[in-house]
Design a protein around this ligand. Sequence first.
Ligand code: HEC
Length: 296
Amino acid sequence: MSPTIGATSRYRVFPFSSTIGSNSQLTSEINHWTQALGLQEVRVNKLLKLLSVPSLSMKSKPVFKLLSVSAAIFTIAVLLVLFRTSRVSAGSESDRDQDESKVRIGLSIAPVPLNFEHRDRRLVGLGSYIVNAHADCNGCHSQGPATEYIGPGNPYLLSPPNGPYTGMQEVNPATYLGGGRDFGPFGSKGELLHLYSRNLTPDKTGRPAGGRTFEEFLTILRTGKDYDLVHPNCAGTPDGNCLLPPFNGDVLQVMPWPVHQHMTDEDIRAIYEYLSAIPCIDTDIPGAPVLRNDCK
Ligand code: HEC
């Protein structure tokens, strides 16, 4: 009995012949298939000729191979370019969307009326977003927690009947970014120096932080340079106007310029633009004439 393949198998190996009895039978099977495939090749080549594509014969095989390899490379390259372009444009679109929502939020949370005259509205909005939603400049550059919010608008307080908070935050416009919060006495033991946050509102020139140019402002945020030299290092006995070592009297203390220095130029420009658009405040604190601002 010759072994039977296919006849009893559920998955037939050869659809036309179910039995392979001997070697000669196997050879004739192989011949049959080679012939069949040959016929197929002839048919395919005829079709390709009709379509004027190089034939599949052994001779033209390398050309055909080369053509199909280059076609594949070309297709992959095109797909890659398409994919990248779509990703880049999707990326820049979402960046733009993000910027737009920051500008929108910034403009809606500014706690004081803004002067847009000669100002770039988009930069003002972005600056407000950084100042009021991120960097908390007013947390230090107002006169302190007791007056930073007006009573019923102070979110740190309880609501009635146990406290005044209405549920609506309200920043105090009378101290907003006007400076004067006392971070002193500062420095070494026995130090008398009072360290006040500065007035960031614009003066009569329209420039912020009491008339700073953008270049000065950029230098302050990048290096902490104190243009007013409010507290140089003490040369003699400490008198409350100088700073003892190891603190550097030439740079601003407390002010987080070592963090702000990592912001982009555009972000710093936006902060500058926003600070130029807020109302001027003349902050008068005894012993701190540097906080006075000439509004008119
Ligand atoms: C942690 C508190 C704190 C925060 C937050 C803070 N500052 Fe200051 N800033 C100060 C203090 C204090 C000084 C004065 C330091 C001194 O006299 O050595 C100062 C000084 C400055 C000065 C120098 C002013 C001048 O006329 O030379 C500028 C400008 C300034 N801050 C801008 C900002 C901006 C903009 C932000 C928010 C992005 C900010 N600060 C956030 C505490 C702070």
